[in-house]
Design a protein around this ligand. Structure first.
Ligand code: GLC
Ligand code: CA
Length: 571
């Protein structure tokens, strides 16, 4: 990596805040901006450089803020614009960058653009959206929205329908309309001028439509075809993304991370290459393993070998091109500990092991709130306990497919997005220390065992381990190898072993003013201890999660053991 190709964000460690569930300071049971401000020191101590905040714009919260009714306003539930500015200033004092969520595939049906479009369905604002007449006495096309039901909803008083890829309260914006695009660009630049460092860009692949909306082969008993299938068949999103970038992000050297599913794999260089549409995109390759054909109910469980293969392949492909952002969980996914670890490993050792793998992969690590203390999926006793629109839909879908009640509940409880949305567990006190009032969403009953306060007092805790792990990644001596070092898998033929090297060869080392280095990261996802022959002599143990792990001529890893070992660069 030539020094001139280095970007300011390459070595950053990021943290996602889901504001509604982070920290409530005024007792209304809803997390708020003051709550984020008051935890900045906590995040700084953890080693965080950059925070992505899920949407805090004005919203009816049909999809928890991903339905924006005013892009220029802060939701009163969270605070005021002055408080947001205070957050920017306080973050800056601590060298922390703030990244906003950018939801521009759709807005809320309460947004003034949509209200004006409804008021005058022939007028200029109607063309901010996709208003279409039906075909053959039916809907304009047979697409199923991501949250269930048709993508088309009647425009009252007309023979037209409007398009929505997500909920009907989230009408899609017409990116073919240059006026609409300009409104979006102005808004983005306004936030950049305010001092945000960039954006996480929501559902962005969906902005390109085949505006003929051709019918597709139905893929379910409802006679509809999932809209993602239409996205897969559509080309030309790149032109829109370049236009977006050149009119906004590029002018500010912004950091952008795209939420991208269903892209054409051969387009990866255009997305995240040197001059890509985005700085980076999230790596969902492990998460997509549990995509069912028809929904959560026919998803397969995640098998260790598949998981390992998915990550290894992704790392090998991506490093030819750029960087992806690595996650184990986010606000749309169940907790990683409950998903990627076998049951016997859902403890502190296993949690540390999973975190080590995720954070030392090549790419930009994104932690999700609570990951640093090992938060787990919640216990759900009934579908009534969910707030999430998608969990409710998936439950109905499973029931409609004939899955018995208990089974549908069990499956959806495992996959529910609400697993990640339960309040952050700050302490063992009532309300998990998240609020003095009544939390807006169920608190995971395990908060008395898993919480920040207890872990701060325990040197051996998951939280302290994460602090050390991040500190190692950012240390003067190892920063270069963990940021720019090549990824090379090893011990791939061993059962239950996930292991790789990060390598900075001498030449690459010189370019970045650092000697060459080789670091082995090896994890034993099995129950029993394993002895691995070392290919390169070990030099120094940089991190280890269990006292039973040993590095001598061989590397001994206890069950659920992980070690980070500096090795000789050459044999
Ligand atoms: C993204 C968000 C998700 C939201 C959807 C629609 O996938 O992460 O939370 O429901 O877009 O905006
Ligand atoms: Ca509050």
């Amino acid at each position: 990596m030539k020094t001139k190709m280095k970007k300011w964000w390459h070595d950053k460690v990021a943290y996602q805040i889901y504001p509604k569930s982070f920290y409530d300071t005024n007792g209304d049971g809803i997390g708020d901006i003051q709550g984020i401000i008051s935890k900045l020191d906590y995040l700084k101590e953890l080693g965080i450089d950059l925070i992505w905040i899920s949407p805090i714009y004005k919203s009816p919260f049909v999809d928890q803020g991903y339905d924006i009714s005013d892009y220029y306003g802060i939701a009163p539930e969270f605070g005021t614009m002055e408080e947001f500015e205070e957050l920017l200033a306080e973050a800056k004092k601590r060298d922390i960058y703030i990244v906003m969520d950018l939801v521009i595939n759709h807005c809320s049906d309460q947004h003034e653009w949509f209200q004006k479009a409804l008021a005058d369905p022939e007028g200029e604002y109607a063309d901010y959206f996709y208003f279409r007449e039906g075909k053959n006495g039916g809907l304009p096309s047979n697409y199923r929205s991501y949250f269930g039901g048709s993508c088309w909803e009647p425009v009252p008083g007309t023979n037209k329908y409007y398009f929505h890829a997500f909920a009907k309260e989230q009408p899609d914006l017409n990116w073919e309309n240059p006026k609409l695009r300009q409104e979006i660009y102005d808004m983005i630049n306004w936030w950049m001028e305010k001092g945000v460092a960039g954006f996480r860009i929501d559902a962005i692949i969906n902005i390109k439509k085949d505006v003929n909306f051709p019918d597709l082969e139905p893929d379910g008993p409802d006679g509809l075809a999932g809209y993602s299938r239409a996205v897969e068949q559509t080309h030309g999103v790149g032109e829109l993304l370049e236009d977006l970038k050149n009119n906004t992000f590029a002018k500010y050297d912004a950091f952008t991370v795209g939420e991208v599913f269903n892209m054409h794999e051969e387009e990866l260089p255009e997305f995240i290459g040197e001059d890509g549409h985005f700085s980076t995109i999230f790596d969902f390759s492990a998460h997509c393993l549990s995509d069912g054909e028809h929904g959560w109910y026919d998803a397969l469980g995640i098998d260790f070998n598949q998981w390992r293969k998915a990550i290894v392949n992704s790392q090998l492909e991506v490093q030819k091109v750029g960087y992806k952002a690595n996650i184990i969980e986010n606000h749309d996914e169940p907790r990683g500990v409950s998903r990627f670890l076998p049951e016997y490993a859902r403890n502190a050792a296993g949690t540390k092991m999973l975190g080590t793998i995720s954070l030392l992969l090549r790419g930009i690590p994104f932690l999700y709130q609570g990951q640093e203390i090992g938060m787990q999926n919640c216990v759900w006793n009934s579908s009534e306990e969910w707030d999430d629109i998608s969990s409710k839909d998936q439950y109905q879908t499973a029931r409609a497919a004939g899955v018995p009640k208990e089974e549908a509940l069990r499956i959806c409880a495992e996959m529910s997005r609400d697993n990640a949305r339960t309040p952050m567990q700050w302490s063992g006190e009532k309300g998990a220390g998240f609020t003095q009032g009544t939390p807006w969403m169920k608190v995971n009953p395990n908060y008395s065992k898993i919480n920040v306060k207890d872990q701060q007092m325990d040197e051996d805790s998951v939280l302290h381990y994460y602090q050390k792990l991040i500190a190692l990644r950012k240390s003067k001596e190892f920063k270069e190898v963990f940021t720019y070092g090549r990824f090379a898998p090893v011990y791939g033929e061993w059962d239950n072993i996930m292991a790789f090297y990060r390598i900075l060869d001498e030449e690459a080392g010189q370019e970045v003013g650092n000697a060459g280095k080789r670091v082995l990261i090896a994890a034993n996802f099995g129950k029993d201890s394993v002895e691995l022959p070392l290919e390169y002599p070990g030099k120094k143990v940089l991190l280890s999660n269990l006292p039973e792990n040993q590095a001598e001529d061989n590397l001994t890893l206890a069950g659920c053991g992980v070690m980070v070992l500096e090795c000789a660069l050459h044999e």
